[in-house]
Ligand binder design. Structure first.
Ligand SMILES: *Cc1c(COP(=O)(O)O)cnc(C)c1O
Length: 241
C-alpha cells in the first residue's frame, strides 16, 4: 500500500514533469489538497508530509474540521457558496474558487464590507456550457466582468473550471485551453493581471498543468477514494449541508 507521502511524491513528480513539458517552472503551480469527507487526522498526516494548503467544498464540514487542525494549515473553499453561508465562510478561507454568478459576487462584496474583509476569489467558468453546472458562461463573463471588477471589496485573482466528467484526461484539454484563452482575453481587455487558473483534479491535473494551471485541486489521488459521505465530528453534531 502506498502511503500518503508516496502519493504526494508521485503527484509532485507528475506536476514537475508536466511543467517541464510546457516550459514552466514547477514552483508556479500550487497543490490544493482536497480534504473533503476526510477526518482532521488525514489533514494532520498531510501536514506532516509537508502539505499546507487544503480545499473543502462544504461549509459545515469545514467549520467543524478547521479548528481541529494545527494553525499551519491554510484553507481554500472550492465549492458553490450558498448565500446564507457567506457570512460564516468569509473569515475561514483565504481563497474562494467557486464564485459562479454576479449575484453571488455582489452578496460576498456586501457582506465583506460589513465584516471589514477583502476576500480573494476566483470566478468559476462553465466552459462547456453544461446546463447542470454552476458557473459563468464565457460570453456572460466577458459581458459582466466590468460589473464584477467594480465590486470594491472583492479581489478577483483568476478563473476556475471543472470540465465535464470524461473517461480520458485528454478530453479535458480543450476546456483547460479555453479557460486559459478566456483569462488572456480578460487580461488584455481589462488591462489587469489575473494570477490564477484553478483547473485539474486527480484524473487530469497533468493535462491542466500543461495548459497553464497555477492551482490544481487534488483529492482522491492524494487521500485515497472518498466514501461519499461528509466527515462529521464525533460529537454527532448535525451538519446541515
Ligand atoms: C472534490 C473536488 C476536487 C477533487 O476531486 P478528485 O477527483 O478527488 O481529485 C476538485 N475540485 C472540486 C471543485 C471538488 O469538489
Amino acid at each position: 500500500m502506498p502511503t500518503l507521502t508516496d502519493r504526494f511524491t508521485k503527484i509532485l513528480t507528475t506536476i514537475a514533469d508536466a511543467a517541464k513539458r510546457s516550459g514552466r517552472h514547477p514552483d508556479s503551480i500550487g497543490l490544493v489538497a482536497v480534504s473533503k469527507t476526510h477526518p482532521p487526522e488525514a489533514v494532520q498526516e498531510a501536514l506532516a508530509a509537508g502539505i499546507t494548503l487544503f480545499g473543502e467544498n462544504r461549509l459545515q464540514e469545514a467549520k467543524a474540521k478547521i479548528p481541529l487542525v494545527p494553525g499551519r494549515a491554510r484553507w481554500h473553499f472550492i465549492g458553490h457558496l450558498q448565500k446564507n453561508k457567506i457570512r460564516q465562510a468569509l473569515p475561514l478561507f483565504e481563497l474562494f474558487h467557486g464564485v459562479d454568478s454576479l449575484e453571488t459576487a455582489r452578496d460576498i462584496d456586501r457582506i465583506a464590507l460589513e465584516l471589514g474583509l477583502f476576500p480573494k476569489i476566483l470566478l468559476e467558468v462553465n466552459v462547456a456550457g453544461e446546463s447542470t453546472k454552476f458557473g459563468f458562461r464565457p460570453a456572460k463573463l466577458v459581458e459582466q466582468i466590468e460589473d464584477l471588477l467594480s465590486l470594491e471589496r472583492l479581489q478577483i485573482e483568476g478563473l476556475m473550471t471543472i470540465p465535464p466528467p470524461a473517461p480520458n484526461p485528454e478530453h479535458s484539454r480543450k476546456y483547460f485551453t479555453a479557460l486559459r484563452e478566456l483569462k488572456d482575453r480578460l487580461e488584455s481587455q481589462e488591462r489587469l493581471p489575473l494570477t490564477h487558473l484553478s483547473m485539474g483534479m486527480s484524473e487530469d491535473y497533468a493535462v491542466a498543468v500543461e495548459e497553464g494551471a497555477t492551482l490544481v485541486r487534488i483529492g482522491s489521488a492524494l487521500f485515497g477514494a472518498r466514501s461519499g459521505k461528509t466527515w462529521r465530528p464525533s460529537t454527532g453534531e448535525l451538519l446541515d449541508d
